[in-house]
Design a protein around this ligand. Structure first.
Ligand SMILES: [Zn+2]
Length: 630
């Protein structure tokens, strides 16, 4: 007989539409967390001019880059990313993909098939530091520069770079002629100085995943043919010369070649992206708090309705993220049909635009979330992909509830299923694995997105979701416009919850330990019901247990965990809660008694909402057999 499906008659308060409380920021009490630990970060200011040749699909670029060494170290070298060198047959990106167990077959075939006029390249014509030529070597996508003079702590230096770039056919994220007909998707498009932090230089070759850049200001002039519409990070500072709906005038200023220069400035961002196409429709609508939302999409009758329908949803989603995490720090956000799939950039995103509405909405809500978890809290995506993809996926799932109206007791349940599948396949890898170094694509995807999301949903389970909300707000207010590390986040979670979360962090992020609790035995003794729970795997958790009685009433039992050193608020306020003695984790089983006869029990369930990543939820459940039905 098939196991009866239990409909849990709990009234769920986690994800109902209550408003989140205002928190008292620790900032008011003194130093922020970064200040307390003497945090520093490098700074770079870019002045870039690019002259686009749409016949050759190349552009000539000039960069004047002022680099500020805020570290305590003397730097003798500097490193630059030349990302588009990846799009050449035989590149590291090509080879990595060929040898992966579950590669993106299309990608490696397409890289190998690139013709000389279709590859990407960056050719350096001039490289000077403080107006003196410097020597350099280029290996794949990384240029190592020997500084003319060591850069001392607190000093700055100026690099001048003249270069020629060929814009590759779009295979991944950026390039020309994407599959929906966008001419130029210009991401990872300029020589970009690598980040230097407490760990040293971050010189990851461009294999696929992903980015970690230096905060600074951008001043970018893009010379493009007059018929092109340009979407870009930052404010357009010469709108009156452009027209095209930017300034309300219809005239535009072209030079003798029929080109026009678009001049953008962006302050305190860590990347700059742009896209150009002659057929873009450009809509601007008002978002929350004076933010202007710009939509760029093809003048294609089959997609226009979806793109119009999307616009008010983006306003609501931004307002939701503002409330949930903290205020979006810029005055502009672009949703640009460009690139492949969806990818987050400074003050905007590239997305495929020709797809079913729900998919478009989901992608845009996800990428918009990255405006918080990547472009404001600028974690290192190559090293800690779970901090940007996981946290973004978490708030995207919440937007699905609060903005899209998909009510669910556990909005993250699909990720738990994905995780269990990964474990069952024997392919689970530690979440601390560098993004490009996972053994399989599957483990990366489920790791970064699902297990990353479950960092938060399991913290919500351990500390309570109100405390998690507070943690996310504190994290944002302390670490915005910086590069937080995993411990920076956990330190705030510990402070807000008053709990010790180190064992959870280690088990879930640095190991592949799993959780499996089981209801081992239910027996009657002296008119009471005695329940024994067993821990079958290494990862330890506090437990919520709900007992439903035959008379329809319910009761919850909470077993705190010794290593957590704390108790969460009652997650089931609608039923009586019993706080049991602490479970000392090293003891593999735990027994407690209920003041009812066994015959009065309908069922017993551990973690009824499934927030704990138990790899075998079947044994979390005990159903009292009904004698008359046997
Ligand atoms: Zn993402």
């Amino acid at each position: 007989m098939k196991k009866a499906i239990i409909i849990l008659l709990l009234s769920f308060t986690f994800f109902s539409c209550k408003t989140t409380q205002n928190i008292t920021s620790t900032n008011k009490k003194g130093l922020t967390e970064p200040e307390k630990r003497g945090y520093w970060q490098q700074k770079v200011d870019y002045k870039i001019t690019a002259d686009l040749d749409t016949l050759k699909n190349q552009y000539k670029g000039k960069i004047k880059l002022t680099y500020y060494n805020h570290s305590k170290d003397t730097l003798n070298k500097a490193y630059f990313h030349l990302y588009w060198n990846a799009f050449q047959p035989g590149s590291a990106m090509d080879w990595r993909n060929r040898w992966l167990e579950d590669p993106d077959r299309e990608l490696d075939k397409r890289i190998q098939a690139l013709k000389p006029d279709e590859i990407g390249f960056v050719k350096i014509h001039r490289l000077e530091q403080n107006e003196k030529p410097v020597t350099y070597t280029i290996v794949g996508t990384v240029m190592e520069v020997n500084l003319d003079k060591p850069l001392l702590p607190g000093e700055s230096t100026v690099f001048d770079i003249d270069y020629l770039t060929q814009i590759p056919l779009l295979l991944r994220r950026s390039g020309r002629d994407n599959k929906e007909g966008i001419d130029y998707s210009m991401a990872q498009w300029y020589p970009q100085i690598a980040e230097y932090d407490l760990q040293g230089w971050h010189t990851d070759p461009y294999i696929g995943r992903e980015f970690y850049n230096v905060w600074g200001d951008f001043d970018v002039q893009l010379k493009v043919p007059e018929n092109y519409m340009v979407a870009a990070t930052g404010d357009l500072v010469n709108a009156e010369e452009i027209g095209k709906g930017y300034s309300g005038t219809k005239t535009s200023k072209t030079d003798s070649e029929g080109k026009i220069t678009w001049h953008f400035k962006a302050k305190n961002v860590h990347d700059f992206v742009w896209a150009a196409d002659p057929d873009y429709i450009h809509d601007v609508i008002d978002g929350p708090d004076g933010v202007k939302l710009h939509f760029f999409y093809q003048n294609d009758p089959s997609i226009i309705e979806n793109w119009k329908k999307l616009q008010p949803v983006v306003v609501k989603t931004m307002a939701f993220y503002n409330e949930k995490i903290g205020k979006y720090p810029y005055k502009k956000y672009n949703i640009i049909q460009a690139g492949d799939g969806g990818m987050e950039y400074a003050m905007g995103t590239f997305v495929y635009g020709n797809k079913p509405y729900n998919s478009l909405r989901g992608t845009v809500q996800h990428e918009l979330g990255h405006a918080w978890f990547q472009f404001t809290l600028a974690t290192n995506e190559a090293q800690y992909p779970w901090m940007d993809e996981g946290f973004t996926s978490y708030i995207q799932d919440l937007a699905n509830v609060y903005v899209n109206g998909k009510i669910s007791p556990n909005p993250f349940s699909r990720s738990y299923s994905g995780y269990r599948y990964l474990v069952k396949m024997g392919k689970d890898e530690p979440l601390s694995t560098f993004a490009d170094h996972y053994h399989t694509n599957l483990a990366y995807w489920i790791g970064a997105y699902d297990k990353g999301k479950m960092v938060l949903s399991q913290l919500g389970y351990i500390m309570g979701f109100d405390k998690l909300d507070e943690t996310l707000k504190e994290y944002y207010s302390n670490w915005k416009m910086k590069h937080p590390q995993p411990d920076d986040f956990f330190k705030i979670a510990q402070k807000v919850s008053g709990m010790d979360l180190r064992v959870f962090k280690n088990d879930w992020i640095e190991t592949t330990h799993h959780t499996d609790y089981a209801i081992e035995e239910v027996k009657e003794s002296d008119g009471k019901t005695v329940i024994t729970i067993k821990r079958l795997e290494d990862m330890v958790m506090p437990l919520d247990i709900v007992v439903k009685y035959k008379d329809g009433s319910q009761e919850s039992f909470y077993i705190p965990l010794d290593v957590v050193r704390g108790q969460k608020a009652n997650p089931f306020p609608e039923m009586k809660r019993n706080i049991l003695p602490v479970w000392k984790w090293a003891i593999p089983q735990y027994t407690f008694a209920i003041n009812k006869k066994k015959s009065e029990i309908d069922y017993i369930v551990i973690d009824p909402l499934g927030f704990m990543a138990d790899i075998n939820p079947e044994n979390n459940f005990y159903k009292q057999q009904n004698a008359t039905n046997q």
